[in-house]
Design a protein around this ligand. Sequence first.
Ligand code: PFF
Length: 455
Amino acid sequence: MASSKRSEWNNNVAFVMAMIGSAIGLGNICRFPNVLYSNGGGSFMIPYIVSLFLLGISFVLVEYAVGYRFKSSLSKSLYTVKSKLEPVAWFISFIVFLITTYYICVVAWDLIYVFLSFTKAWGSNPDLFFSNNVLQASDSLSGIFTIVPWVFISVLSIWLVSWFIVQRDLNEGIGKVSQILLPILCLIVVVIVVFSLSLPGASIGYTQIFTPDWSALANLNVWLAAFGQIIFSLSLGMSIALTYASYLPEGAKLTDNALIVAFSNSGFEVFNSIGIFSILGFMTLSTGIPFNELVTEGTGLAFVVFPKVFNIMGPWATVIAPLFFLCILFAGITSVMALLEVVSYSISEKFDFSRRKSATIVCISGFCISCLFTTSSGSMLLGIFDGFLNNFALLFGVLLECIIFGWIYKFDNLIDTLNEYSTIKMGKLWKTVIKYILPFCIFGLWAQGVYSTLL
Ligand code: PFF
């Protein structure tokens, strides 16, 4: 194992900011509004808050306690629990690696939109990645695996930036970048929300968040959607929290930190969706397009619907459009750093490689896979990866960790670790959630996924 000195956060703020940065990502900005709208609007907040406390925070606490106690990566932690479990950790790390290769591409698409947004260069039909407009722009291209130059350059740039951050010293790289980007991100969101509330028609949008459809609460799918959003948004099961917590110095208040991170992440996505909904309300008023047709899922919302809104927004779009896409860019980069750190740390610890060496290996191999998404069939491939991520990979990581730490490892050790310095103490209920309730919910989500695929 590594002979080099282990990294350690300079202070608690660096850890908390990096954790919030890892949680706030594309899921908060692009995914949440659609999930909220299609699952009862205002009343969705009830299953959402229940899932946040009961499942989300409970699980994050497991990863914090494990990381803090074992002071090592997922692979070494599982090896310490039982040597035969190490391959499980490598499997999870491989999933995280695959997620990174495609997540980075969406961030790279966004980078292209940042540049286009200054002049609204996406034109009147801004679905660059979904109807092959990128290809039409360079009409000599053909074939399903033909590299699309701009996408390729953008993906390469994001990989280079991410590599540069992750290969540096923990505090100089991830720590510093999180502490710079996160406040900027929050400022941008405040500007966007305040501006969007001043738009005509804003109330058509934001009232949707505050208008509850109570009947939705009787629908099991709504509860599962809330649970799914919490898993995605808090990046559960990817061992990000475990990795970051392993760098904490002695004396950390784990529960307190977990609450700050979880509330910041959820606060961000709820607040941000007030802006998104208000802007969509403006679009409905201006064009007559029904509101429900505008609230599309993830990438479609950001890269198709929003450019259309900016097209009709008038002069303010020159400011708001770049801010909107910058917001996605910064949120995406801080999440990518965390995903990369998980894989890179496991490798450096296992093979005793320096930070730089393992980050370089991970980034070069990841970039090669990402190249697949820069081809003309990139968005189709990305859809397949995304389905795999949502329906299988994330849940699998959470379930495995619940089984290993809830059933195989002595859970009371984790309770002791967690309670050592925390202001808020955890007890038997926490154990019950991890051993029984969380795995039960995961099976529920899987059953729902299978059921909806078969029907
Ligand atoms: N939590 C972040 C987001 O919401 O975008 C990043 C993320 C990482 C999401 C890993 C999903 C994931 F599997």
